[in-house]
Design a protein around this ligand. Structure first.
Ligand SMILES: C[S@@+](CC[C@H](N)C(=O)[O-])C[C@H]1O[C@@H](n2cnc3c(N)ncnc32)[C@H](O)[C@@H]1O
Length: 280
């Protein structure tokens, strides 16, 4: 094995950037060329491709969905952590859930939450913890939680629910013993989400731009955070409209704090920074 990194020509880069855009709407600008070359070099070595041209030829000739998925996996940014942007979780627990639980109870359905760019799962489990804690305090409350991402590699990590101990930063230390198991032996230094909680997540691969979403409509909360930042404006515009339609009346869309809906046409009412409600 050598660390040799084949040069990525303009032409091969343009081909890869177009493939990534067409499939995920992630826009790779001209400044990302070195990053893409670095991220894909290992994949070329694994496949025995000696140049990016050969690799692109392979992507074209096999029309391989699986290999295209690999490209998206490798060039997408999956950074996340537990209780990222913590005020959103406070808002969910203190303001939205009491109303949503009442509304759902009257309609005879569970509270529905969708974590739509879940990456390796820290955000989805943060939501699961908030929901489970709310359930402990609220007799008869039922909830469902969908967790999805375009990256199957990330979703495998989400399903496993295994995290390095130093990454499991929770607002309440008591939750660690309640919802996590400490690893032993080869798993020393790690925690795993308990199976009772892991099994509450419906994990599936969903591209936010696929034709229809296989999660129930009338969601009470959709977390779609720190992903729109990678999309261009027409894609963000289309996405925001679709997510609106997937919310219950009174349901709320959470986006990243760096991603306001400013500049987009939308029907939401803003309730706090980066939180938007579908009004009655
Ligand atoms: C930076 S992470 C954000 C994780 C989490 N939402 C958070 O805020 O911490 C962005 C995630 O969006 C996913 N993603 C990118 N394009 C997507 C698309 N078209 N459909 C679904 N997920 C996508 C990536 O795979 C990645 O895991």
């Amino acid at each position: 094995m050598t660390d040799f990194e084949p040069p990525l020509s303009q032409r091969a880069y343009a081909f890869l950037a177009e493939l990534v855009y067409n499939r995920s709407r992630i826009r790779l600008g001209p400044d990302r060329q070195a990053f893409v070359a670095g991220r894909l070099a290992g994949r070329l070595r694994e496949l025995g491709c000696r140049s990016f041209e050969e690799y692109c030829g392979r992507l074209t000739s096999t029309a391989s969905d699986e290999e295209a998925e690999q490209v998206i996996d490798l060039v997408s940014t999956n950074h996340t952590h537990f209780f990222r942007e913590p005020d959103h979780f406070d808002h969910l627990s203190q303001a939205l859930l009491p109303v949503a639980a009442h509304r759902a109870g009257v309609a005879g359905r569970p509270v529905r939450v969708w974590c739509a760019a879940a990456a390796s799962g820290e955000e989805a489990y943060s939501l699961a913890l908030v929901l489970a804690e709310f359930e402990r305090r609220t007799a008869g409350m039922r909830w469902t939680l969908a967790a999805s991402d375009i990256s199957r590699r990330m979703l495998d990590r989400c399903r496993s629910g295994i995290y390095d101990a130093e990454r499991v930063q929770l607002p309440d230390q008591a939750w660690l013993a309640r919802y996590f198991r400490r690893g032993f032996g080869v798993r020393e230094g790690q925690y795993r989400v308990k199976p009772e909680l892991r099994s509450r997540l419906a994990v599936s691969a969903i591209n936010l731009f696929q034709e229809s979403y296989p999660v129930p409509a009338e969601q009470d909360a959709i977390f779609c955070r720190n992903v729109m930042i990678y999309f261009d404006e027409p894609s963000r515009q289309a996405l925001v409209e679709r997510l609106y339609d997937h919310l219950a009346v009174g349901g709320q869309l959470f986006v990243g704090h760096a991603e306001s809906l400013l500049g987009l046409r939308h029907r939401f009412r803003q309730v706090r920074p980066a939180v938007y409600e579908r009004p009655a």
